[in-house]
Ligand binder design. Structure first.
Ligand SMILES: [Zn+2]
Length: 393
């Protein structure tokens, strides 16, 4: 039987919000140029396809490997349903905040993609919202303390935070929200569409009025103001929950959930899509009307934001309500563990050294190394002390 398990060589993304040493400190992945190292991509996304190291052919692209034998690589079920590897797996390390964003539903992504094609907006145009016709549900798993903003706070909480900030210009918009608690969308739209000079003046007043406040969410606003001094996103900590995940905790973000990752290292697993609608903390294009139509304005309490794992022997499985990916953390030890392969897998070694043995070959993964395991592997054993993160379908 030919090779069915390959070590990966992955694309590194040097976005400016990335940490210079976060990924190196965790995984020993070198950063010789000392640029921010924001993300490592494991998968077949056209903007950053992994290479596999093949015993006969040398380095080849993972998308090519899959295209040449899709049924063997993916299995019939994934092939028939998706036609391709449906997920993208990332290591992410943020030194400063990523933009506040939502991702569209599958239905809206299809409609939006078709509409922008029809309008002739090039795929790489700055005002292009929909890069593909896919949704982008995502799960973030914290490797270090990981701070994020996510989902709207309870309306009462939003009102009392804005009252505490006490900006005279906002008294009337806030009283409208008080009188009609279903008008959060309206209030959000009001903030987003403020134009110069009102926007600048409101942000100035916000920063002056919170100067003596050192608790959350005000300390987050002050931190964000260092990197995004005149950005309407500085109001968002008053509207969105602030959560700090402990290492080993995870949260799933379904379509239309507003969120922003603020600080820390984590693993991110998502459907293979690049559809992002932004709402602040960005220099990129903000399409307010498209954003408002794709945002869920329901409040979600802080204690409902985490995804609790299901513990199965040595595995921590994090259930998600989509078909595009599954995710689990595996604790490996010196004993041999049997694994049935039911779909293609990407496995990342988080710590230690783990040996994978299939019917015809064996592969060792050390901390920071990853592998693609084809469906046709059928089954394998793994052994050796360490932790693995596994993404599958
Ligand atoms: Zn996102």
């Amino acid at each position: 039987m030919s090779q069915t398990i390959w070590k990966l060589e992955n694309t590194i993304k040097h976005y400016d919000w990335g940490s210079i040493d976060g990924i190196t400190n965790l995984f020993g992945i070198p950063n010789p140029t000392s640029e921010p190292m924001a993300e490592v991509w494991m998968g077949t996304h056209p903007l950053g396809c992994s290479l596999v190291i093949d015993a006969k052919l040398g380095k080849i692209r993972l998308d090519k490997l899959i295209q040449d034998n899709p049924q063997e690589m993916l299995g019939n079920k994934t092939f028939n349903y998706f036609g391709t590897l449906p997920f993208l797996f990332k290591i992410l390390s943020a030194q400063k905040a990523l933009s506040i964003q939502v991702h569209p539903t599958l239905k809206n992504a299809k409609l939006g993609f078709a509409k922008e094609n029809q309008l002739g907006i090039p795929l790489d145009a700055p005002n292009r919202n929909y890069k593909d016709p896919n949704h982008k549900p995502e799960l973030i798993y914290a490797l270090t303390p990981f701070k994020a903003m996510r989902s709207f706070r309870a309306i009462d909480e939003i009102i009392s935070l804005f009252e505490k900030v006490a900006i005279p210009d906002l008294i009337s918009p806030i009283s409208l929200l008080k009188n009609n608690r279903h008008s959060l969308k309206h209030f959000f739209a009001y903030l987003l569409t403020l134009s110069y000079p009102s926007k600048t003046s409101l942000i100035k007043k916000l920063l002056i009025n919170i100067d003596s406040f050192n608790e959350e969410p005000f300390c987050t606003i002050k931190m964000l103001a260092n990197d995004y001094p005149n950005d309407i996103g500085l109001f968002m900590p008053l509207l969105l929950n602030i959560i700090e995940l402990k290492p080993g905790e995870a949260m799933f973000l379904c379509a239309q959930t507003p969120h922003s990752y603020l600080f820390g290292c984590g693993l991110e697993i998502m459907a293979n899509s690049d559809n992002v609608l932004r709402a602040g903390l960005t220099h990129k294009y903000i399409d307010s009307s498209e954003l408002l139509n794709n945002t869920d304005f329901e409040s979600t309490p802080l204690n409902q934001l985490l995804t609790k794992p299901v513990v199965r022997e040595n595995k921590f499985y994090f259930p998600v309500p989509v078909d595009d990916f599954k995710f689990e953390i595996i604790k490996s030890d010196e004993s041999k563990h049997f694994e049935q392969v039911k779909s293609a897998q990407i496995v990342l070694c988080l710590d230690g050294k783990v040996t994978f043995t299939t019917k015809s070959e064996s592969l060792i993964l050390q901390k920071g190394e990853s592998a693609f395991i084809a469906y046709q592997t059928g089954s394998y054993y793994y052994e050796g002390t360490g932790y693995l993160a596994k993404v599958f379908v």
